[in-house]
Design a protein around this ligand. Sequence first.
Ligand SMILES: O=C(O)CCC(=O)C(=O)O
Length: 272
Amino acid sequence: MKLSAHQLQQFEDEGYLFFPDCFSEEEIALMRTEGQRILELDRQEVWREKSGAPRTAFAAHTFNDVFRILAHHPRLVEPLQQIFKEQVYVHQFKLNAKAAFEGDVWQWHQDYGTWARDDGMPEPRAMNIAVFLDEVFPFNGALMLIPKSHKHGTLQAGHDRATTSYPLWTLDQDTVTRLCREAEEPGRPGIVAPTGKPGSVLMFHGNLVHASAPNITPYPRKIAYLTLCAVSNHITKFTRPEWIAHRDFTPIVPVDDNALAEHARTHRTAAE
Ligand SMILES: O=C(O)CCC(=O)C(=O)O
């Protein structure tokens, strides 16, 4: 997938790009089933909410064929090669559950804040790509973004180890308020929350400020996040486990565009 000049400009101006219908129903059905199965596994990579509900499953691309394909998918990899103008490797891979009634808050933060402080990543030349596995509604914990906030560099943050089960470098309320005021436009508040069908994709700058509210609805909101980093910008500090911040900086060689659909067909035939 190649970004147009208009999309590249939009990314630079706003800090994010949204693609409804990037993956087909067949491709998503495969990922949703595998994602749910993985979130129920009892292994160290599956992080739980304080309630015990699954929060995040890390590194599924290292032990599951479907997510290995996703982490090498040209629809995700090629736009980032284009943005960073070089090859990329997988810095992190996670399935975020945001389970029905139990999915907890993600406080306001910048991803690069954590990658710089915890992993020694030199520059914000890495970013998250969110692939919606369930429908994201305005009410089931949609990701909230502050447009243009990526232009402020890496903001001062505090290390939050208390409010959720996952440690994160989070921003204070004054900073979030100021950034929202700056992002306001006539008829648009300073926060956007892209919603859409399973198969939609959201790419956002490593310094874009974002958060999500708890899910108190019966509608689960699973999202797969692929974090790709420019190879020349690989991390230099190894404070977190390898399955959270990867140390294999091998450039990704993308698979065929139809690899997921092909996998679904092969496995359906084998099961028949
Ligand atoms: O999945 C979410 O709701 C938030 C995830 C997030 O902010 C992150 O992974 O940096």
